[in-house]
Ligand binder design. Structure first.
Ligand code: ADP
Length: 521
């Protein structure tokens, strides 16, 4: 057998393996099945590309995205590897030519979209290849797509278990950067990987600095953040297509080389923008989550979230696109109370079953707890993925630990304001009420006559907002998405109202610029 290290050097130009790559390559080349959990940028591709070269025949790589296949194949061709792809973007002649090369032993790797792989025609070709002993292995990239609890479910992936049933002796390697336990279990179960060896790399990305700021003046905050990243490539994530368009336009007016990307743009524009992002220097891509998977750009210096992602998995994936070259990079996010309402509403109104809704709510709660964290964000994030880490010194809470204060009385005031107004009003109204601001709505409902009117004058609006957010995160109150975010009391509010518990809360930062705190390192 050719020496894997030698091949790594001669074909890919690298001098050594990273992390578990060597073990994985050896295991799969020897015919074993593997499930590889490795963060984005960890070097998953080599884990199947090298065995593909080391084993006889052609490796079949299942990949969910056309853009991803093209990039991978381009890179392989440049290294002199015989690679090709089959997908719906090709015309008939190109398809036929690729098939011909596959069947005449002229390919080492073939990337295929799952729906094409599972066609009778392609399975027929595979049967022939298999009989000739010319299938090297199956690689299932972005394997979390098989999981309904994951963030990127693709129904076609469910059928990939057929590969094992049809070709039980061909090794399979499934790879993903999504590591939470439920997704992992589902991958193993649905792809029939019970016997596969599990390789789990650390998910820590020490070069990424995490910062979360309360949304205050979002445009100004973004502007101030970008001022520290002039000329650098980055991604700005927004929840809606409209916000993507607006933000990209506004940034261009500010002289930032920004481009929009979302599923509402035609395929040509999307491709062009993606190419410019990858090839040109210093492009800022303003995008929905439609952008990012499989983009191989090592020098993305920052990922900014203008809206809260729906889960920590999604947040980790999205921020993980920064700093793949190992150089310092920043993950920066603004978030506010409204995000909670929007996400809750999305979950409530989705067509998903009750069980799935429950899981999505749990995921959202974990995301919120991350935002409101008073301790190291990195340890919190990695704890979610099952790792234990000491405080990192490279996130906002480590750099300047939030001050804590006794918020019991303030919480009681807030709870009683919600109670006395029938639990029908949102945070803005309750804050005005507590602060004694006589606005038309307060007058209309005669809330100025309530004993709670003005009892919270001593605290500014930002502090009240932060009290409500923390009560939400700890499940003491809920924001009723069906009623415009009306604050309602949960069971856990009882001991607080009765004065049986002390609530230590984190003070909001005085941050109007959105700049991360100064770092001493
Ligand atoms: P992933 O698929 O896990 O996100 P990739 O396979 O795209 O990661 O690898 C990320 C980057 O790391 C690529 O630029 C790749 O060329 C580089 N890389 C991977 N393995 C090694 C290695 N052993 N030595 C040096 N660079 C590597």
């Amino acid at each position: 057998m050719t020496d894997p290290l030698q091949l790594l050097h001669s074909v890919f130009g690298y001098t050594s393996f990273r992390g578990a790559q060597a073990d994985i390559v050896q295991h799969v080349t020897g015919g074993g099945d593997a499930l590889v959990l490795m963060p984005t940028g960890g070097g998953k591709s080599l884990c199947y590309q090298l065995p593909a070269l080391l084993r006889p025949g052609c490796a079949i790589v299942v990949s969910p995205l056309i853009a991803l296949m093209q990039d991978q194949v381009d890179a392989l061709l440049q290294s002199g590897v015989k690679a090709a792809y089959l997908n719906s973007s090709q015309d008939f002649d190109a398809l036929m030519d690729t098939e011909r090369r596959l069947m005449t032993g002229q390919l080492d790797l073939l990337y295929v979209a799952p729906e094409r792989l599972l066609t009778d025609r392609f399975l027929g070709l595979l049967d022939q290849l298999h009989e000739a002993g010319a299938v090297a292995l199956f690689a299932i990239d972005e394997a979390h797509c098989v999981s309904q609890w994951g963030h990127d479910f693709r129904p076609e992936y469910m059928q990939l278990s057929a590969l094992h049933e049809r070709y039980p002796t061909i090794p399979r390697i499934a790879l993903t950067a999504t590591a939470d336990a439920p997704t992992r279990r589902e991958i193993i179960e649905r792809l029939g990987l019970g016997e596969a060896r599990l390789f789990v790399a650390s998910f820590d990305r020490p070069n990424i600095r995490y910062t979360v700021v309360e949304r205050d003046t979002p445009k100004k905050q973004l502007q101030a953040f970008l001022a520290d990243h002039r000329g650098e490539a980055g991604i700005v994530y927004c929840l809606s297509r409209k916000k993507v368009d607006d933000t990209a336009l506004w940034l261009r007016e500010q002289g930032v080389n920004a481009l929009p990307y979302h599923a509402g743009l035609d395929a040509d524009t999307r491709r062009q923008h993606q190419q410019r992002f990858v090839r040109e220097e210093g492009v800022v891509m303003v995008a929905t989550i439609a952008f990012g998977m499989g983009i191989d750009k090592p020098d993305v210096r920052f990922v900014a979230h203008l809206d809260l992602p729906k889960s920590l998995e999604a947040y980790y994936q999205e921020t993980g696109r920064a700093g793949r070259d190992g150089e310092p990079a920043e993950a920066w996010m603004t978030y506010g109370l409204n995000d909670v309402v929007v996400h809750r509403q999305r979950i409530d109104e989705s067509a998903a079953g009750e069980e799935q809704k429950r899981i999505e709510r749990q995921k959202l709660d974990a995301m919120l707890a991350f935002c409101e964290a008073a301790s190291c964000r990195r340890s919190l994030l990695l704890h979610y993925f099952g790792e234990t880490l000491p405080a990192c010194g490279n996130c906002d809470t480590c750099a300047s630990p939030p001050q804590m204060w006794d918020g019991t009385v303030a919480s009681q005031k807030l709870l009683s304001a919600a109670l006395r107004t029938g639990q029908r009003f949102g945070s803005g109204h309750l804050i005005d009420l507590l602060r004694g601001k006589l606005n038309p709505k307060i007058s209309e409902y005669r809330h100025d006559l309530l004993p709670t009117f003005g009892v919270g004058k001593d605290m500014d609006e930002a502090t009240w907002r932060s009290v409500i957010r923390q009560l939400l995160v700890t499940g003491i109150v809920q924001a009723d998405a069906q009623r415009f975010g009306a604050i309602t009391l949960a069971e856990a509010s009882r001991p607080v109202l009765k004065g049986e518990t002390t609530l230590m809360l984190r003070r909001p930062r005085k941050l109007t610029t959105g700049k991360p705190p100064r770092y001493s390192r």
